[in-house]
Design a protein around this ligand. Structure first.
Ligand code: NAG
Ligand code: ZN
Length: 395
């Protein structure tokens, strides 16, 4: 029988809360080449735990070279390269446009796939199967193909356009985008607006995300009086812990009720999920959370109203490309976009994948060839409109 008055019990919780258009058709030949380049990139084994960053960077660099972009490879962490591609604008004093995509993918268990996850097999319906088709190798190739087409049309951007291809997003981005946004190389880009990944949409409306949810992990340690297991007594650690769990469950229910009643979207409530529960052993206390405000003290939210001129340009460019846009959303998970928002830079999460089931991190992730090709045109409109924005509001 222990004499210590600190008896242990803890619960680990995971909380997430919100704080000029030109449409040009492609020839069949162009389309075939664009799809082939997408497939080539998909076949590079970029899944964790050992993503082939060197292979991805080498492939994307060769693409950038053929397009005529300036190429810079940065390595903030050995073995984790970050590729930065640039097209200088005619007025480099204006803040630039940054298009971001991560190089890495989550793992895929091939036993659950109808086609091997790194085969990029295209079936008779045009569905291209591969890990990364949606998350997010499609946007990397779409950015590049859009830039290739704009170069081919002798388009001349007013603002500089940069593409960042970053490592480690899928494992938190600490050695990738987090280090990048804190670097002098990033500061020198003078970024005024960012497009990053979004998600597929099962309807004909594209989805756009103006904030990511913030993950907070916390451990609740319960203490209480010790006592013999055969005796009735009040205030034991396990009893105290259960009271805490019950309070959490009630709060969870109240949030979930809002979602079930259709009052809030799933990403607009505080979700709380007990993920690990242990009682009886003392443990170190640990809490972990990211910032909820940017460097200027504002919430990590990109305005999607008239106060943000980039938003109007973005919206207009989408309609000019014939696309529809859904109501702006908060992303239910986190992406690298939070690092840019933390720097106070307006950042939208967007992947042009309408009429596509949401399959990120799922088995049999695929993207239809027609959806992929249409996305290139959407980015041509977006990039030309954003990089031509001549007001210095974004300074
Ligand atoms: C625009 O949106 C931001 C962020 O959601 C909000 O704080 C601001 O009041 C809105 N401004 C206008 C003019 O509606
Ligand atoms: Zn992603």
């Amino acid at each position: 029988m222990s004499l210590t008055t600190v008896a242990g019990g803890f619960i680990f919780l995971l909380l997430l809360f919100s704080s000029g258009a030109v449409a040009i058709g492609f020839s069949l030949e162009d389309e075939k080449a664009q799809i082939e380049r997408f497939q080539q990139y998909l076949r590079i084994q970029t899944a964790h735990p050992n993503p082939d960053y060197a292979g991805a960077v080498s492939f994307l660099s060769s693409q950038a070279r053929s397009i005529g972009l300036k190429i810079l490879t940065l390595e903030f962490t050995p073995g984790k390269p970050l590729l930065l591609l640039s097209w200088a604008g005619t007025d480099p004093s204006l803040p630039s446009i940054l298009l971001n995509s991560h190089l890495d993918s989550v793992p895929a268990d091939s036993s659950h796939w109808i086609h091997p996850p790194f085969s990029a097999y295209r079936d008779s319906d045009g569905r291209i199967f591969a890990r990364g088709t949606q998350d997010d190798k499609s946007i990397a190739i779409q950015y590049l193909e859009a830039l290739r087409n704009l170069k081919g049309r002798r388009f001349s951007p007013l603002r500089s356009i940069h593409v960042s291809l970053v490592p480690d997003e899928e494992i938190g981005g600490a050695d990738g985008n987090e280090k990048f946004v804190a670097s002098k190389e990033f500061r020198m880009l003078n970024v005024g607006f960012v497009l990053d990944e979004g998600q597929a949409s099962p309807t004909d409306e594209f989805r756009v995300f103006y904030a990511d949810r913030l993950p907070w992990s916390l451990i609740v340690n319960a203490v209480g009086a010790p006592g013999h297991g055969s005796k009735m007594y009040d205030g034991s650690a396990a009893e105290n812990l259960m009271e805490c769990v019950e309070a959490i469950v009630r709060f969870r229910d109240s949030q979930f009720d809002l979602v079930k009643a259709g009052i809030r979207a799933g990403s607009e409530v505080i979700s709380v999920n007990p993920v690990y529960l242990k009682a009886g052993t003392p443990t170190p206390t640990l809490t972990q959370k990211g910032p909820s405000r940017d460097v200027t003290g504002r919430p990590l939210v990109t305005p999607t109203n008239a106060s943000n001129p980039w938003w109007s340009i973005f919206k207009q460019a989408i309609s000019a490309s014939g696309g529809k846009l859904g109501k702006p959303e908060i992303l239910s998970s986190t992406t690298d976009a939070r690092f840019m928002r933390q720097m106070g830079i307006p950042t939208l999460g967007f992947s042009p994948m309408a009429n596509t089931p949401v399959l990120l991190h799922d088995h049999n992730e695929f993207l239809k060839d027609t959806v992929f090709l249409n996305g290139i045109k959407v980015y041509e409109n977006l990039i030309s409109a954003l990089s031509s924005f001549d007001s210095d509001v974004g300074v």
